[in-house]
Design a protein around this ligand. Structure first.
Ligand code: SF4
Length: 189
C-alpha cells in the first residue's frame, strides 16, 4: 500500500499529512533530539507504515539522536530497538503501527512523554494553543474542543483533518494514524 518515503521527505510530510499525534512526536524529536520509549515505538512504527525502510529509519533516528549523544551510544542503545520494530531482531515479529484505539486507550503518557493522542491526553488549553499555532481558526478550534469534551477524540481528529485539508466532509471513519496519512495524501496529490 504505502510508497517509499525518504528521511528528507518526513519534515514536509509532517506539516501536511501527519495527524496531530505524529506531528507532535516529530516536532519534539526535532527540538529535543530524543524521544522516550513510548514515543519511539508509536512514531517509529508509524514511519514504517508510511514507507520508511529500515536503513532509512536508522539514518533518520541516528541523525537526530547524535545531535545529543555520540554515535557509539546510539548504535549500542537505540539501533537494536529500531531493527526490532522492523522484525530484524528478537522474535522477528513484523510489528504493525498502532491504531487510534491503542494510542487512546493504552499506555497513557506520563510527564516527559510525548506519545499518546493529543485529543485525549493533552491539556485542553494547551491543545487550543497548539491548534491556533497551526492556523486553525477560532470556530474550528471551538468545534474541536467541544468534540474533545464529549470524549469524541477521533471525531475531533477528523474535524482537524477537514479544516486543515479544506474539505467539508472527510468521508472516512478514522481509526488509524496511518489511515489519516493515506487519506491526506489522497486529498493533496
Ligand atoms: Fe492520532 Fe488517532 Fe489521536 Fe488522531 S485520533 S491524533 S490519528 S491517535
Amino acid at each position: 500500500t504505502a510508497g517509499k518515503v525518504a528521511p528528507e521527505d518526513i519534515e514536509p510530510l509532517s506539516k501536511k499529512s501527519f495527524p496531530l499525534c505524529m506531528r507532535n512526536l516529530h516536532e519534539t524529536l526535532r527540538q529535543e533530539h530524543h524521544l522516550r520509549h513510548g514515543g519511539r515505538m508509536q512514531y517509529g512504527l508509524f514511519l514504517k507504515g508510511i514507507g520508511l525502510q529500515l536503513e532509512d529509519a536508522l539514518r533518520f533516528w541516528r541523525s537526530e539522536f547524535t545531535k545529543m549523544m555520540d554515535g557509539d551510544k546510539f548504535d549500542k542503545s537505540y539501533s537494536y530497538n529500531i531493527r526490532h520494530n522492523y522484525g530484524k531482531e528478537g522474535k522477528r515479529t513484523d510489528y504493525t503501527p498502532y491504531s487510534c484505539m491503542k494510542v487512546i486507550m493504552t499506555n497513557a503518557p506520563a510527564a516527559g512523554d510525548h506519545h499518546g493522542c493529543p485529543f485525549r491526553h493533552t491539556d485542553p488549553e494547551l491543545l487550543k494553543q497548539r491548534l491556533q499555532g497551526y492556523r486553525v481558526n477560532s470556530a474550528g478550534v471551538q468545534e474541536i474542543v467541544d468534540l474533545v469534551k464529549g470524549g469524541h477524540y477521533q471525531l475531533a481528529c477528523t474535524k482537524y483533518f477537514e479544516i486543515t485539508h479544506n474539505v467539508d466532509d472527510a468521508g472516512f471513519g478514522l481509526n488509524h494514524p496511518n489511515q489519516y496519512f493515506e487519506e491526506s495524501q489522497k486529498v493533496l496529490n
